[in-house]
Design a protein around this ligand. Sequence first.
Ligand code: CDP
Ligand code: CDP
Length: 209
Amino acid sequence: MIIALDGPAASGKGTLARKLAAHYGLPHLDTGLLYRATARTLMDGDARLDDVAKAVAAARGLALTDFEEDRLRGREMGEAASVVAAIPEVRAALIDMQRAFAQRPQGAVLDGRDIGTVIAPHATVKIFVTASAEARAQRRALELRGRGEAVDYHAILDDIKKRDARDSARADAPLKPAPDAKILDTTDLNVEGALAAALAITEAAIIRA
Ligand code: CDP
Ligand code: CDP
């Protein structure tokens, strides 16, 4: 069983992915971390985020230990990730490891932008998680403050709108629902409500499969 969760920043896809993975006893991959870690390698090396050769080398050189640092989940790295994620060669360098993860014999849960469209087009369940930009900005501001980052709601809303536009406009694997994805709008749902809706979609897909 492969569960594919896609959607814009702070829609709640990562939270749902972790909870669905725990519920079904499946491994989970947060694919955004791959792009965030690639961006961090470039920044640490004082390289430009649009240096294609260095970005590809950074993507190819990712190691498991690269995903532990708290800084990866911060605001700066989300923005930088979206710049490197628009480079087709970087996306290509990260495809095989994501597909290998999705093909694990026991199944897997993956969340990102292109799981249902590119990484696992034959996923058992595809959910496109979304919410208004304002709701997402409020969530992200709360989350970043909880992690000790001093952030302003309006600045976060601005980031989110810019990132939505960049992720949706890129030519390679743009942010858009797969034709067969179920859309889950979490604007007016809390985490429990969103999980109940995601479980209902998943159970219906399992019965069909
Ligand atoms: O958690 P949040 O949605 O804010 O960010 P993320 O999922 O960690 O993704 C950071 C950036 O990586 C996104 O804005 C995308 O540009 C890129 N990304 C992507 O292009 N494809 C994926 N499968 C996952 C992330
Ligand atoms: O992975 P993504 O960037 O889509 O979002 P996330 O990191 O899972 O969630 C962002 C924040 O929104 C978390 O702090 C959640 O507790 C909160 N939240 C949610 O995930 N779902 C809701 N329906 C309401 C709030």
